[in-house]
Design a protein around this ligand. Structure first.
Ligand code: SF4
Length: 694
């Protein structure tokens, strides 16, 4: 009823990478409710987070003034009550807080300073953040949560197809007859995408689900492969072995568009399904059937999530998926393609905008002199380091070693999100200067010297890019509370105090600058996005809505050829033993988002899932003598937590599934910081754990 609201503003859901378009209904300066509208990814649909997860923006914990740590404050890292922080911080004017923030970073200077941006940033904010670190400090120590998410997928895609983005939108599944979903639980993590997957099965599509947990899509699956955790490479190589053995591969496609096939073929010879069945726990006949089903498809897609990427062999896992698609010629046609489902709303866009230590915007290498020159010419500044910067976890190690002394954090919460989080928290406590820009006093802000009050998604305008490569326009619907400011404004003011001479007056101006060195944005202008709300990149003309499928005629690699990179079996880093006999895996659940700072302050979502919980198989609970809803203690080599246990037949008897949104039982106290050597992503999906009744 239009009488319910004064104004209606179109924007983008701030949570997952599906990027649902929404209409914010505003009354008396507040968002009252949210409806789904007809965006290219969601076609009017929303999940519970998009529909009900918005009232955190009006929560009374919101930061409304800049804060500076008191001289007589208790030690850094003690829990600050977000509603009552006066023992730790004092209010300051913007001028004073920005001056103190900039002076602290400037006094440390150069490689002593690092930056953590966020996938919650708009594209413009992400671009400005990486520019501030590179131009302001002369090096590339800037990263964001992609490192904890799909960095290994991007490493494999860049290496083998020449581009880190998806080759086809997830909506292309409507043109497929077979699809694999591996290491992903879209029903909870990409719920609107999952509705398209379910529709695909209703019209006869074959859905092959592969996951150590019996995830929600299993009810729709033609094949459910609940393989042993960490054995992806053995299972996928066995499937590819059958395709080679039975000559089910697409010889013409391989000859026209790929390289290194002979090496791949030779490598696969050893991986017979009969041998690999003992490793991955899937019967040889099932592996053969899946191979025949996938290779027999007219059009097939492969979707994957963090179950693939968050391993020390995450890049190898993704290499296998790429090889499987290439050998069957399932890239570049309608209904075919490779699609890593992006986690956060703007993790694609923030990566595209250069918020990573090895790439400038559009994945242009920092090591290339010509690339750096192109940027410094636009920026009117000196050259900066040609060395790759440090990643999220390496930055924390460098703090412990004493080489990094100051960090600027925008929207990230490493005191909750890093693996082996006590290591990260100790690092934050050691810093000489920590500037945190956020909307709440997060766990990371417990360590801050200066806190800059920022804006929630509905309080600012800017573009974001979803998992489908769709660049979409987010719009300001309400004003930030009190003296909180839009994030781009804060970045500009800080840069001015670092002597960078910035003078941007709007995100539109930033977007125009980004276009000068980002070919992915060709034919996409701010005005066009204001008019059309979404344009998919690449867009071939000012009227082209963008290409849903890419690489029909070859790949952005030498000779236009994609590459097969063989992958061998590597054991997980932290294997179970007599002391820690079970396997811990972490992830999200439908109602909560990442470190919980937003969704646990959303009335409906917190009402649905108010308590920290883990999932155990009924037989495990019985053995422990714990009733469903009772409490267990989880202990790994890193630490211990106590938590309510749910009964869940989807997890196998030797596994624990643990969501990471709950500060009172923080999953990352337990997780292993060992990383994949290529993507530098931690092994969140596998730790040896002991489970006891609490
Ligand atoms: Fe938001 Fe993702 Fe849900 Fe869509 S599917 S409403 S983008 S959380």
């Amino acid at each position: 009823d239009s009488a319910d609201f004064d104004e209606e503003v179109k924007s983008i859901c701030p949570f997952c990478g599906v990027g649902c378009q929404i209409s914010l209904k505003v009354k008396d300066g507040k968002v009252k409710y949210v409806d789904g509208i007809n965006g290219p990814a969601n076609e009017g649909r929303l999940c519970v987070k998009g529909r009900f997860g918005f009232d955190y923006i009006h929560h009374d914990h919101r930061l409304t003034k800049p804060l500076i740590r008191r001289d007589d404050a208790p030690a850094k890292g003690l829990n600050v009550d977000p509603g009552n922080w006066s023992e730790f911080f004092r209010e300051a004017t913007w001028d004073e807080a920005l001056d103190v923030a900039a002076k602290g970073l400037r006094d440390i200077g150069g490689r002593g300073v690092a930056g953590f941006g966020s996938a919650k940033c708009t594209n413009e904010e992400a671009y400005l953040f990486q520019k501030l670190i590179r131009q302001g400090f002369g090096h590339n120590n800037v990263d964001h949560c992609t490192r904890l998410c799909h960095a290994s997928s991007v490493a494999a895609l860049m290496e083998n197809v020449g581009s880190g983005a998806v080759t086809a939108t997830f909506n292309e599944i409507e043109n497929a007859d077979v699809a694999i979903v591996i290491g992903a639980n879209p029903v909870e993590n990409h719920p609107v995408a999952a509705t398209f997957f379910k529709q695909f099965t209703k019209r006869g599509g074959k859905l092959i689900v592969m996951d150590p947990r019996g995830v929600g899509l299993r009810r729709f699956a033609s094949h459910m492969l609940q393989f042993r955790p960490g054995t992806d490479v053995s299972m996928l190589n066995a499937i590819m072995h059958v395709i080679v053995e039975e000559k089910l591969y697409d010889e013409q496609y391989i000859a026209a568009y790929t390289e290194n096939w002979e090496a791949e073929k030779a490598h696969l010879a050893d991986f017979t399904p009969e041998k690999m069945a003992a490793v991955c726990g899937i019967e040889a006949e099932v592996l053969r059937d899946v191979a025949r089903t996938f290779a027999g498809a007219k059009a097939a897609m492969i979707f994957w999530g963090m179950g693939v990427s968050q391993h020390i062999h995450g890049t190898d896992n993704a290499r296998c998926l790429i090889s499987l698609a290439l050998m069957t010629g399932q890239v570049g046609r309608p209904g075919s393609g490779l699609h890593p489902l992006r986690g956060q709303n703007n993790v694609q866009g923030a990566s595209d905008a250069g918020l990573v230590p090895m790439f400038l915007p559009d994945y242009q290498s920092v090591m290339d002199d010509g690339v750096r020159r192109a940027f410094t010419e636009v920026w009117g500044s000196e050259d900066f380091s040609a060395q790759k910067g440090l990643t999220v976890t390496e930055i924390m190690d460098a703090v412990h070693e004493g080489s990094i002394k100051g960090i600027y954090v925008l929207g990230e919460n490493p005191a909750m999100s890093d693996p082996d989080v006590e290591h990260a928290r100790d690092a934050l406590a050691k810093l000489e200067h920590l500037v945190v820009q956020d909307i709440f006093i997060t766990e990371t802000a417990n360590y801050a010297d200066v806190i800059l009050p920022a804006s929630a998604f509905a309080e600012k305008s800017g573009t974001v890019t979803n998992t489908n490569r769709q660049v979409q326009m987010g719009r300001r619907a309400v004003a930030p509370p009190g003296e909180a400011r839009e994030d781009w404004w804060i970045e500009v003011e800080l840069a001015k105090r670092l002597g960078l001479g910035w003078s941007y007056e709007s995100p539109a101006e930033v977007f125009a600058e980004m276009k000068l060195n980002m070919r992915s944005l060709n034919n996409i202008t701010w005005e066009r996005l204001e008019r059309e709300n979404a344009v998919t990149y690449p867009s071939l003309s000012e009227t082209d809505p963008g290409q849903a499928i890419v690489f029909a005629d070859g790949f952005p690699r030498p000779d236009g050829r994609a590459r097969f990179t063989p992958a061998s079996i590597i054991a997980p880093d932290d294997v179970p033993d007599a002391d820690f006999p079970m396997i811990l895996t972490t992830g999200r659940q439908l109602e909560h988002w990442h470190t919980g700072s937003m969704t646990r302050r959303s009335t409906v979502l917190d009402g649905l899932e108010p308590e920290a919980n883990c999932s155990l198989h009924p037989s495990t609970l019985r053995k422990l003598g714990v009733a469903p809803g009772g409490h267990v203690r989880l202990t790994t080599k890193r630490g211990s937590i106590e938590i309510m246990a749910r009964e869940d037949r989807a997890v196998s008897p030797d596994m624990v599934f643990l969501p990471f949104a709950y500060v009172e039982a923080a999953a990352n106290i337990l997780t292993n910081p060992a990383v994949d050597p290529y993507g530098k992503i931690p092994e969140f999906k596998f730790s040896a754990v002991k489970v006891e009744a609490a």
